[in-house]
Design a protein around this ligand. Sequence first.
Ligand SMILES: [Cu+2]
Length: 171
Amino acid sequence: MKSLFVVPAFAVLSATAALAAGSHSGGHGHDDASKGSHMAVGEAGKASEVTRTIEVEMLEAEDGKMIFKPDRLALKQGETVRFSIVNAGELEHEFVLDNKARNAEHKELMQKFPEMEHDDPNAVRLKPGESGEIIWTFTNGGGFEFACLVPGHYESGMHGELSVVEQPATN
Ligand SMILES: [Cu+2]
């Protein structure tokens, strides 16, 4: 009799474990807090402050390109956004939020150390079919970038523009 209930309970448990794993990467935000707060693009945000969710797909297109959908995002300074990211492709991809110069630096590093794992609040790496999220507060206006820094992917088209419109400091 009881065993009938064990299965659903286990299913709930594994779902909880998946959630915990998801928030674990967010937890690393605290380890990286000093680093994060110095990033021009902003800082790790709080789930309670999210005002909108933006869905982003990562995939390989039929013409051999690798793309983000959409590849252009407009945001407002001060906004906290949940990026809900899905790897709809057949290769591993990542979503790294930063400015162009730092992404370029990081990309070079990845070419030297392709196995390099990111454990940063501004990045998520996903296997085919996986999904993940980043909660981010855009503290500064300006032009930024989201990119996949897996060797060769940026060159195949995996980068997108992110423009953050400066808001006057009035309430
Ligand atoms: Cu990629």
